[in-house]
Design a protein around this ligand. Structure first.
Ligand code: NAD
Length: 486
């Protein structure tokens, strides 16, 4: 068996081994083999990282915004130079196809490009003569040590949702990536160090709940950015706000896709396939429920089932023709299979069963094929709970009003999508739908870096989302000055 890849911490500009010998396995899910072991850091190592970030803060905060932006330009150049290498690391430890990894790394780079605009983004407002001889202006200043805790499903993109903006705004940072995919985060940190980031400005720790709790309770951590499942997102929000921190905490999702009979057939099926099975369904923007209004199911479902059965499932690390890769770990594969068993026991009709998939080339990989349940009702668990795998639930409703009500009864609110040729239906959907990101004739849409990633309800806890101007507001605080010189 090949040697495991190292999984070091980065503290105060040095790569160091963790003192902990408790680890979690990191897999290559395509092959089903362990490739690294993540150390489960405790409070002592987190404290060292936070203290290093705290010590680096005064100088970094005083560094002119234009110089911080120049560093981001160098980071962007290095990300471009190592784009392919970084995408391959994502595929290797997560299992998504290389094209999916490339797409997600590109999305991360777009946030770095946004952060390159730091001098403009940080400008305040001014008004002279708010009263005779009295002027008023606002400036934005950084907060201090910011922490991010990230999930397994986008190992480069999600850390880059916050890291470049926080640093460009003059904060220092501690990143705690998912213990399932630490290797991409290590590469990001290496590139930032190569770009010339001063020591201590960015620190990397690994682990799970102990490391997270240490961040949530550390008095020197000023902000917490979390992305992960809803129960943990709620816990993070409640704990960190109670400890006086500014928090943005993104949770899980159940995204509904509504199809009206007048929708354009080929484009709709392509978009539904991409949303349901892209990244093997391991996306907070996965389309996991298809709501067919009127007789849309008769028109679309036979073609959709054929497309699902025809999807090429296989290894992503060595086969460029693979259209859908494995799930991330054997435990997650079992969890998703458990959801399929639940659907069956609740009486849904399993019309495409992904458990039949056989990948001869990689018998130990964590594979599950595209799966479709028909006749799913709102009370079934597969209609209510996030599955986070390649399982699509199909529901039937009388009309658009019923469909909107069905979507709005979900406790989540990341995204919802409508397929139709009717402008009136599209307007009604956008106005009434209870979700923060809406698609009309698109797959479930992730906003680009200059717009907020805008989940609602149990998909987000906090006020200011990641990305765009909300991200800049989250990572700065405003100061208003009123001056009289007359
Ligand atoms: P997860 O909640 O299991 O883990 C996320 C992070 O929290 C990891 O770093 C993990 O180490 C840590 N963690 C896990 N359990 C913890 C606990 N009890 N206490 C403290 N920290 C804990 O999520 P995951 O399985 O890595 O990622 C998948 C989830 O992330 C899905 O629910 C998905 O919808 C969600 N997600 C949401 C968004 C969004 O923008 N809303 C984006 C990507 C992923």
């Amino acid at each position: 068996m090949p040697a495991l890849e190292p999984c070091p911490l980065f503290i105060n500009g040095e790569w160091v081994e963790s003192g902990r010998n408790v680890t979690e396995p990191v897999y290559n899910p395509s092959e089903g083999i362990q490739i690294s072991a993540t150390p489960m850091c405790g409070a002592d190592e987190v404290d060292r990282a936070v203290r290093a970030a705290g010590a680096a803060f005064p100088d970094w905060a005083e560094t002119p915004a234009v110089d911080r932006a120049r560093l981001m330009f160098r980071f962007k150049e290095l990300l471009e130079k190592h784009f392919e290498d970084l995408s391959r690391i994502v595929t290797r430890e997560h299992g998504k196809t290389l094209d999916e990894s490339r797409g997600s790394v590109r999305r991360g780079i777009e946030v770095v490009e946004f952060a390159c605009g730091a001098p403009s983004l940080l400008m305040g407002e001014a008004l002279e003569n708010i009263a005779p001889d009295i002027d008023c202006d606002t400036i934005r200043q950084p907060l201090g040590v910011c922490a991010a805790i990230t999930p397994f499903n986008f190992p480069v993109m999600v850390p880059l949702w916050t890291l470049p903006v926080a640093l460009a705004c003059g904060n220092t940072f501690v990143l705690k990536p998912s213990e399932k995919v630490p290797l991409s985060a290590i590469r990001i940190v290496e590139l930032l160090a190569e770009a010339g980031l001063p020591r201590g400005v960015l620190n990397l720790v690994h682990g799970g709940r102990d490391a997270v709790d240490a961040l949530l309770h550390h008095p020197d951590v000023r902000t917490v950015s979390f992305v992960g499942s809803t129960p943990v997102a709620r816990y993070i929000y409640e704990t960190a706000t109670r400890n006086g921190k500014r928090v943005q905490s993104a949770g899980g999702a159940k995204n509904f896709m509504v199809v009206l009979p007048d929708a354009e057939p080929d484009a709709t099926i392509d978009a539904v396939m991409g949303s349901a099975y892209g990244c093997a369904g391991e996306r907070c923007m996965a389309g996991s429920v298809l709501v067919c209004a009127h007789d849309a199911a008769d028109r679309f479902l036979p073609y959709l089932s054929d497309a699902a059965r025809g999807l090429r499932v296989g290894p992503t690390d060595r086969d460029a023709d693979t259209e859908m890769g494995p799930l991330v770990t054997p435990e997650h594969l079992e969890k998703v299979k458990g959801s399929i068993r639940n659907g069956l026991s609740e009486g849904a009709e399993l019309i495409v069963d992904g458990r039949d998939v056989v990948v001869d080339a990689c018998p130990n990989g964590f594979y599950l094929g595209p799966t479709i349940f028909d006749r799913v009702t709102p009370r079934m668990q597969i209609a209510r709970e996030e599955i986070f795998g390649p399982v699509l639930s199909v529901m039937h409703t009388d009309d658009l009003d019923d469909a909107i009500e069905t979507c709005n009864n979900s406790g989540y609110g990341n995204a919802a999508v409508l397929f139709t040729e009717s402008g009136g239906a599209a307007r009604k959907f956008r106005h009434r739908i209870n979700a923060g990101m809406v698609g009309i004739n698109t797959g479930v849409p992730a906003p680009m870096a200059f717009f907020p990633f805008s989940g609602w309800n149990n998909s987000f806890f906090g006020d200011l989302h990641v990305q765009g101007h909300e991200g800049v507001s989250f990572f700065t605080r405003q100061k208003v000055t009123i001056s009289r010189w007359g």
